[in-house]
Design a protein around this ligand. Structure first.
Ligand code: AMP
Length: 541
């Protein structure tokens, strides 16, 4: 009854809340502050406030994007009619803010830049400085008010009286945190219990933790594990109801149009007509071997000439999970049962090769065969595990041998955010044996602890040869061991190469820069990949 009487909430409530949240580091206090606001506003505003706190203009599963840059925002700010600034500041509601954001997302075609500026300007015309600050941060995707998703979900639970577990589960399945908050606040547990997967709404993929080796997996998964090939491809989830098929990438973007042969597969090769299956597509090159990831990505970036690409970069699909079939959500079933149903529905050759074993020797042989066939390693999946969307945990482990190179730090960039005051992004180089020159093959800030950042900043400053605004160039002296997953070709660096997923594993103070790895060795390593990997059938631009 009381809810009917609630007035549309003012945007100032959100801005004030953001400020208060930023001012406290206490988790419980944050939860209390959010709960207090959620309880006093209208259900539709609950959804908006929650989305805003999550730093999103639209729900995660909503494909709309705003793409507002800092320069657009300042240009819109300049168009503001200064005289209106003070008069109109008290009437802006949360619903109006979100209404304008929806209009912004719809602007397309000729003159869209001006239309966007006008819309944004009209909004900024009505915000107070405090509101402008948080609105800008949200639009730029930089909320940083110390409210991580877990805090927001716990606040919804606390404010609505629904259990944390149920709120988390509903969020995982539903893909719209605002709507989950609205349901929790209005209809409570009864509504959240009914939330299931929705076909054509992308689901966040379940993720794996890195395992050191096979024995670690065997001791963690006492209940047994299935070891599947880990493909170095692109993960896809295929949704189908009758004739309608949609395919989403790991990052939840709709990639249906770039892989028409997978749409055909979904329509013709699966024994049911309503499902959500998951797998990995791998691009095949010479000799039917998978090509490096870099080449596969060309298929996904293509918007034009898709037919041509279908021929030039053939794909192979390996399926490994089934989340929904014929109206039933299967994510709570144990892995073994989901696999059993999946294998009864699709041709055997589309299933990921796997073994179920507790014998480390058997698994080792299987790992070697995965590598030999050009794949990345193995995934180990607990036999009893459910499918937890978006979660990275021990239910799934990835086992992949990493390569290491000894590289020399030749420059470093000053850090920002948490790493401000440190030289934290290191330019890593190999040596050219013939010329003695150091050639950059990548940059990374990954792998170091805070104390190490501190130490390395001091050491690098002592080696400084020249400096620009962001970068300090140094005498090549510090050698680091860098773990990475792959050597890729890259036009970005003079060396012609870049390392994929580089991270510093350790300092090699025992090595001189002359003992670091060379460009000659890197070239060999790149070529060596093709002992197991395929080359593209035809070079594509
Ligand atoms: P990573 O990207 O290293 O965290 O590893 C997880 C990724 O491995 C997933 O997102 C998938 O794209 C990929 N992957 C390859 N093979 C499998 C598999 N058999 N099961 C699950 N994921 C796999």
């Amino acid at each position: 009854m009381a809810q009917l009487e609630k007035q549309p909430a003012q945007f100032s409530i959100v801005a004030q809340l953001c400020r208060s949240l930023e001012e406290t580091t206490k988790r419980n206090e944050k939860i209390r502050l959010i709960g207090e606001v959620l309880r006093k506003i209208r259900p539709e505003d609950v959804a908006y406030v929650t989305l805003f706190l999550a730093g999103k203009p639209f729900p995660e599963a909503d494909p709309r994007v705003l793409e507002i840059s800092y320069s657009t925002l300042s240009a819109a700010g300049l168009t503001m009619n200064q005289t209106l600034l003070t008069e109109n500041t008290h009437s802006l509601t949360i619903a109006e803010v979100f209404g304008t954001l929806e209009k912004l997302a719809e602007v397309k075609g000729a003159g869209s830049k001006e239309k966007r500026l006008t819309l944004l300007g009209s909004l900024l015309n009505r915000t107070t400085p405090l509101e402008t600050e948080y609105l800008s941060r949200m639009l730029l995707g930089e909320m940083r008010i110390g409210v991580v998703e877990g805090v927001l979900l716990d606040s919804i639970a606390e404010a609505s009286g629904v259990s944390r577990q149920l709120v988390r589960r509903a969020h995982m399945l539903h893909g719209d945190i605002g709507d989950v908050a609205r349901m929790a606040m209005t209809e409570g547990s009864a509504a959240l219990e009914k939330v299931g997967l929705r076909l054509f709404v992308p689901v966040k993929p379940m993720l794996a933790e890195m395992a050191d080796d096979i024995p670690q997996v065997l001791s963690e998964h006492k209940e047994g594990s299935a070891f599947e090939y880990k493909f170095d491809g692109a993960r896809i989830q295929i949704h189908r109801i009758e004739d309608k098929v949609k395919i989403f990438s790991r990052r939840l973007t709709d990639v249906t149009d770039s892989i028409p042969e997978m749409v055909d597969y979904a329509k013709t090769k699966v024994k049911v007509s309503e499902f959500l299956i998951e797998g990995e597509v791998v691009a095949l090159g010479e000799g039917g071997k998978p090509v490096p990831f870099q080449d596969l990505m060309r298929r996904f970036r293509r918007v034009h000439g898709i037919e041509d690409m279908v021929e030039r970069i053939p794909l192979r699909l390996y399926l490994f999970d089934l989340l929904q079939s014929e109206g039933k959500t299967l994510i709570d079933l144990p892995y073994t049962e989901r696999w059993e149903i999946l294998s009864s529905l699709v041709p055997t050759e589309s299933l990921a090769p796997r073994v179920v074993s507790r014998d480390p020797r058997v698994v080792e042989v299987f790992l070697q065969s995965a590598l030999k066939e050009g794949h990345e390693g193995l995934m180990a999946k607990s036999l009893t595990s459910d499918y937890s969307p978006g979660a990275r945990g021990k239910k799934w482990f990835k086992i992949k041998p990493v390569d290491r190179l000894d590289l020399v730090i030749v420059a470093a960039d000053w850090g920002s955010g948490r790493r401000v005051g440190w030289l934290s992004n290191y330019h890593l180089a190999v040596r050219d044996d013939e010329t003695g020159e150091y050639l950059v093959v990548g940059k990374t800030f990954k792998g170091l602890r805070d104390a190490e950042f501190d130490m390395i900043t001091k050491r690098l400053q002592a080696l400084k040869t020249k400096e620009s605004k962001w970068t300090v160039h140094v005498k090549p002296e510090i050698v680091v061991e860098v773990a990475h997953n792959e050597v890729q070709k890259s036009p970005r660096y003079k060396s012609g190469f870049a390392l994929r997923f580089a991270r510093i594993a350790k300092f090699r103070d025992d090595k001189t820069p002359e003992e670091a790895d060379t460009i000659q060795r890197l070239r060999k390593l790149y070529e060596k990949q093709f002992e197991n990997k395929g080359r593209l059938l035809k070079e594509v631009s």
